[in-house]
Design a protein around this ligand. Structure first.
Ligand SMILES: NC(=O)c1ccc[n+]([C@@H]2O[C@H](COP(=O)([O-])OP(=O)(O)OC[C@H]3O[C@@H](n4cnc5c(N)ncnc54)[C@H](OP(=O)(O)O)[C@@H]3O)[C@@H](O)[C@H]2O)c1
Length: 139
């Protein structure tokens, strides 16, 4: 089997922790990245080192605050820093998790932030996949 280094940004979160577990079960080297583990997408702390040698980055991070301005700033800043670090590290693929219906829900601040995130990913030179899922707050 082809073992990949896959960095999961938000790897300690609701979705990220399950993803890291499944990737490891499949034999991949999955790095769970979050502020807890010294990797901060807002400041860039620890990003370059975490991404070294990575084939794929999966972004399942989320804003600690859902207030309109804060969530927009979170997704704009973290997506910008992440894509720049991925370009520098020659990461082969960026995967992001978005929400079903995002494009039609621009009256919500959270969805406007997700639209901004998707736009930045599409404009970047890093090959990408954007997965749209419905929301769940439980395991
Ligand atoms: N949950 C759902 O049902 C669902 C459905 C569709 C799409 N999504 C999307 O999936 C993503 C993840 O959702 P979730 O519910 O799993 O989120 P979550 O449980 O709130 O987890 C968020 C993760 O982001 C990390 N994080 C926050 N700020 C960070 C920073 N500055 N740098 C690095 N990591 C940071 C957190 O860890 P630390 O606090 O330690 O940094 C945590 O690991 C979101 O983008 C959301 O839009 C979720």
């Amino acid at each position: 089997m082809n073992t990949l280094k896959i960095v999961v940004i938000g790897g300690s979160g609701l979705i990220g922790s399950k993803l890291v577990k499944q990737l490891r079960e499949q034999g991949h080297e999955a790095l769970a990245a979050s502020r807890d583990s010294g990797i901060n997408t807002l400041t860039g702390e620890g990003l370059a080192e975490a991404l070294r040698g990575a084939s794929v980055v999966v972004d399942v991070s989320n804003s600690p605050s859902f207030e309109d301005a804060a969530v927009l700033k979170f997704f704009e800043t973290s997506t910008h820093n992440l894509l720049a670090a991925e370009t520098e590290a020659h990461v082969g693929h960026h995967v992001a998790l978005s929400v079903v219906g995002t494009a039609r829900l621009s009256e919500s601040g959270y969805f406007r932030a997700k639209i901004a995130q998707e736009r930045m990913i599409k404009q970047s030179s890093v090959p990408y996949s954007i997965v749209h899922a419905t929301s769940s707050s439980s395991s």
